[in-house]
Design a protein around this ligand. Structure first.
Ligand code: HT9
Ligand code: FE2
Length: 383
């Protein structure tokens, strides 16, 4: 006779109580990093642009943006504030996970953070990236950084990256509120200009599992914010998705129009004002305080076009709670449960794991001096 297998009580007692965060024992906040003082600016820019073919002219120009703000980017302080807010939010529901922080381009460097996590005995962590959309720069490059750092650190934790969250109601809801606040400062009939970081059109073409994921996700998020505001107020407005922070050589096509050209067009069209809504940024980065609050604001001023910039999520409660919910959601999924996956828009929730061919790196231009030279070639062709 076969006896049903009954649980061994002694064994059950020794099994640790399952918490909401199983199987994770830590959270890692992964970000871009930025300089903290003038001496940091050049080495930071060298870290960012190593092997990326950015013209020297552009680097000098971007360096000036940082020097104009005392050589300090707001991004690190924004991340410190987000860390504090996340810890507080975890505490509220008794989610006892330590929260670590590492960057791609500046201290605390990701590799050092992983080393610290390994030393603390962290075995498995979930990573929050401060980039909400699919693209090589905003997703795969961070996953490459994680792979490199994991390979460099002995006993590095296993790491899972959260799904893209731009179409989560917490992210969209935060921008709905900030856009409404910006519009309330403007004359009736003001337009909305949604702004994100420009990328090469070729990078957009390979973004996400089906391509065009970068622009596609931004358009979907913009449409949701617009629809919710319209639902609340009954007012229909002109809306556009435009871009800032183009870099790279001029012959390489990047996403357009630039926000400044767009403001010119709005003014020419007789639009009475514009809410500039930086949906591509989770907090106030240099792109926001320079490209929008300084440069675009000066353009609008010159045009006599009233402009109000909507706040980024930063430490907005909707955004912080969303990140906490996503950690819990991913833990549930990894335990084999079927979590709810809140999302708005037409595209459906982001995927937990990117396919191997998602957002491939672009082939970067090389010069002829980097190609192999046939050994039969003469020392110099003087013809
Ligand atoms: C999609 C995207 C995001 C959003 C996703 C994410 O958040 O990660 C983002 C964020 C950021 N980009 C930043 C800074 C820079 N980005 C650069 C260059 C580039 N960005 C690109 C794309 C993106 N960038 C691309 C395709 C390049 C060309 C070089 C290359 O192919 O890699 C350069 C070089 C100089 C220049 O050309 O501007 C700098 C200094 C900072 C820090 C700001 C601060 O200090 O507050 C942040 C958050
Ligand atoms: Fe960038």
């Amino acid at each position: 006779m076969v006896h049903p297998v009954s649980p061994d009580p002694a064994r059950a007692d020794s099994t640790p109580a399952r918490t909401d965060s199983d199987p994770y024992d830590a959270v890692l906040l992964l970000s871009f990093g930025g300089p903290e003082k003038p001496e940091d600016v050049l080495p930071f820019l060298q870290n960012v642009t190593r092997g990326r073919g950015i013209p020297d002219e552009r680097l000098k120009e971007v360096g000036e943006h940082y020097y104009g703000f005392g050589g300090k980017s707001p991004i690190n302080d924004q991340n410190r504030a987000l860390l504090a807010a996340l810890r507080e939010s975890f505490d509220e529901i008794g989610l006892g996970l330590p929260v670590y922080w590492g960057n791609r381009n500046w201290a605390p460097y990701l590799t050092d953070t992983l080393r610290e996590m390994a030393a603390d005995g962290i075995r498995r962590a979930v990573v929050i990236v401060t980039s909400a959309y699919p693209s090589y720069s905003g997703c795969r490059q961070y996953r490459e950084n994680l792979a490199d750092a994991t390979a460099a650190v002995e006993n590095a934790p296993v790491i899972n990256k959260l799904r893209h969250y731009a179409n989560h109601p917490g992210f969209v809801g935060s921008f709905v509120e900030s856009t409404a606040a910006a519009l309330s400062e403007l004359p009736e009939g003001a337009a909305i200009a949604y702004v994100t970081h420009s990328i090469p059109t070729a990078m957009n073409a390979t973004s996400g599992p089906d391509g065009d994921g970068y622009v596609g996700w931004h358009l979907d998020v913009a449409a949701e914010i617009t629809a919710e505001l319209e639902r609340r107020t009954g007012v229909t407005r002109r809306t556009d998705l435009v871009y800032c922070s183009r870099s790279g050589p001029p012959q390489v096509p990047w996403l357009e129009p630039d926000v400044n050209d767009h403001l010119e067009e709005l003014a020419a069209a007789g639009v009475p004002g514009v809410a500039v809504v930086p949906i591509g940024f989770v907090s106030d980065h240099m792109e926001v305080i320079y490209d929008l609050d300084t440069e675009a604001a000066a353009t609008a001023d010159k045009l006599g076009l009233p402009m109000a910039r909507a706040a980024t999520p930063g430490t907005d409660a909707r955004f912080v709670t969303m990140l906490r919910d996503l950690v819990v959601e991913r833990a549930e999924a990894e335990r084999g449960e079927q979590p709810e996956r809140p999302c708005v828009g037409k595209l459906g929730p982001g995927w937990d794991n990117c396919r191997p061919d998602c957002c491939p790196a672009l082939r970067r231009p090389t010069t002829s001096t980097q190609t192999a030279v046939p050994t039969t070639a003469g020392p110099k062709d003087t013809a």
